[in-house]
Design a protein around this ligand. Structure first.
Ligand code: ADP
Length: 201
């Protein structure tokens, strides 16, 4: 697929909807030049949320568990889980509870290298340490420590696909092909047309 047609899946999680940040979040992706080609509001079931995270398969379970175990180590604490996989499973269960807690907004954004661009704008997983200027860094303040205390997922407003292949699988979970729109935006000409044709009369 052409880089300019790359697609990514973004979900405004229940905390984002409850914080009335839908407009603010959409605005950020819109103003960078990405094109919205699918959008819907749903209340996911825990099964849908699990299916969404399990797109990454066993690899995701282990890697999310490894990250969590490393953060315990960094704090000088012992992880309550024996293996990264067990820890990953706990994160998965917590995520399923988090994602199905209320309405979410699911979107597909398209544009040049949309997957890494959206990740950059969204910021790191833990809002307290996400860079200033990113959505998570600017609009919320949750931390792994606080999430651990409540035995819950870290509340970070947004899900954004990590890889192009993951994005395509996630899109297939949330959208039927006919719900994905193909259309031209005037701005596309300015962003991608090599000659800037069409400005002068
Ligand atoms: P990201 O959403 O930044 O891609 P991951 O795919 O690693 O992050 O994790 C998915 C989601 O699971 C995160 O957005 C967050 O809500 C939750 N999460 C991940 N790791 C932890 C953790 N150690 N403690 C609590 N919640 C976590």
């Amino acid at each position: 697929m052409e880089a300019t047609k790359e697609r990514t899946l973004v979900i405004i999680k229940p905390d984002g909807v409850q914080r009335s940040l839908i407009g603010e979040i959409v605005k950020r992706y819109e103003q960078v030049g990405l094109k919205l080609i699918g959008i819907k509001m749903v209340i996911p079931t825990p099964e849908m949320a699990q299916a969404h995270y399990m797109v990454g398969g066993e690899e995701w379970l282990t890697s999310v568990g490894e990250k969590a175990m490393a953060s315990y180590e960094k704090k000088g604490e012992k992880s309550p889980f024996a293996t990264p996989r067990e820890c990953g499973q706990a994160v998965l269960n917590r995520n399923a509870r988090y994602m199905s807690a209320g309405p979410v907004v699911v979107m597909i954004w398209q544009g040049n290298r949309a997957v890494p661009l959206v990740r950059k704008m969204t910021g790191g997983t833990e809002p307290l340490s996400s860079d200033v200027g990113t959505i998570r860094g600017d609009f919320t303040l949750d931390s792994y420590a606080l999430a651990d205390l409540g035995e819950r997922s870290v509340r970070n407003l947004i899900h954004a696909s990590g890889e192009v292949s993951e994005a395509e699988k996630e899109i297939a979970i949330w959208f039927k092909p006919e719900e994905i729109l193909s259309y031209r935006l005037i701005a596309d000409e300015i962003l991608y047309d090599i000659n800037l044709d069409g400005i002068l009369e």
